[in-house]
Design a protein around this ligand. Structure first.
Ligand SMILES: [Mn+2]
Length: 361
């Protein structure tokens, strides 16, 4: 592991230690896949991380020992065998308190740990790693920017493929293929492509429905690059648009742009949400914007912070947040426009560069 990576990991681990100390956690059993990856830069289908105040351990089996040794000396690598596993390790360490991630640790795993540590106090460690992960470092932002760039290129390419007679599924597949060709290792989630009346369903799965003249087509998609996700949405029209379609698009775009101008570090997630929601509500469509404005994006497609009407989280510099207002008119059509941004002290940096004025193909 090079010095730069080690320094990044050291910083992350010491932040976790500080938070664990505050919560009275002696050993922190990290269970969340993305949390484990974030704290060790190691990934395999089977390993455990245990973080203590002085020492930390990475437990894995023979298949991954060599790769895991990269994490030394930050982690002491412990070999798991048929006879020796996580429970034996914890039994040896006998912590007075163990931090657990309740959202991920299964009831079965918890039961078996509780049995071997009858004196141990179990402390909820939910959110410790997630909170640290919310603020991105330069390397992470570069990966997210790259993933967003791939999606941008796929969008400008797909515009040439959208025409009457092409199915939603076909569009979704072409977007996926293009992103993979451009270097994505995976999709960050199943691509959404909804045309015509189906665009009124915010998260419609693509069907065999064929695109027709007069349709809005909403595409919500993103990819993974070096472990980091991107997320964007555009709604385009095919052939022609009605006055109502044009008006709804105009309102969503105004709300989206306004939020892009307003969002900055120090705001709450609620204030960010309101920046867009006010414009949609004042236009009389508040009840047709039934989801929150946005969410953080990183190792996971949905992570902290939440930009929602109920979020008191403070947006901090170098957090990412999506800005994705929408209006959905049941049985008619829907519009959503989504950018992915990095929060700064005086405003955002938009990682999505695709056109967002109404495109009529
Ligand atoms: Mn999103």
């Amino acid at each position: 592991m090079d010095a730069e990576k080690r320094e990044i990991l050291q910083r992350r681990i010491s932040r976790v230690r500080k938070a664990a100390r505050k919560s009275g956690i002696e050993l922190f059993l990290v269970s969340g896949e993305e949390n484990k990856r974030y704290l060790s830069m190691f990934s395999s289908t089977s390993f455990d991380l245990v973080i203590g105040q002085e020492r930390s351990w990475l437990l894995t089996d023979f298949r991954y020992l060599e790769a895991a040794s990269e994490t030394e000396p930050l982690f002491e690598v412990v070999e798991v065998t048929g006879e020796y596993g996580l429970k034996d390790f914890l039994k040896e360490k006998r912590p007075a308190s163990l931090g657990i991630e309740r959202a991920v640790l299964t009831v079965r795993e918890f039961d078996s740990i509780r049995k071997i540590l009858p004196e141990c106090e179990f402390i909820a460690a939910d959110g410790i790693a997630e909170k640290i992960r919310a603020v991105k470092d330069t390397q992470e932002l570069e990966k997210i920017r790259h993933a967003a760039g791939i999606a941008d290129r796929a969008f400008s390419w797909i515009l040439g493929e959208i025409r009457p007679g092409v199915s939603e599924k076909q569009i979704a597949w072409l977007l996926e293929r293009k992103m993979r060709e451009e270097g994505a290792s995976a999709l960050s989630f199943d691509t959404i492509c909804a045309s015509g009346v189906r665009s009124s369903m915010p998260h419609a799965h693509p069907t065999e429905a064929l695109i027709q003249n007069g349709d809005f087509v909403t595409m919500d998609f993103g990819c993974v690059f070096e472990g980091y996700c991107s997320d964007m949405t555009r709604t385009v029209a095919v052939g022609s648009v009605s006055e109502e379609q044009r008006e709804i698009y105009r309102i969503v775009l105004e709300a989206q742009k306004h939020a892009c101008e307003k969002i900055r570090a120090g705001m709450t997630g609620r204030e960010a949400d309101v920046a867009a929601r006010d414009i949609i509500s004042r236009a009389g469509y508040g009840k047709y914007f039934g989801h929150s404005l946005g969410h953080g994006v990183g190792l996971e497609i949905h992570e902290a912070p939440a930009a929602s009407p109920r979020s008191s989280e403070i947006l901090e510099k170098n957090m990412t947040v999506t800005i994705e207002p929408g209006i959905y008119l049941p049985k008619k059509f829907g519009v959503r426009i989504e950018d992915l941004s990095v929060v700064g002290d005086t405003g955002i940096i938009n990682l999505v560069n695709s056109e967002k004025e109404l495109i009529i193909l």
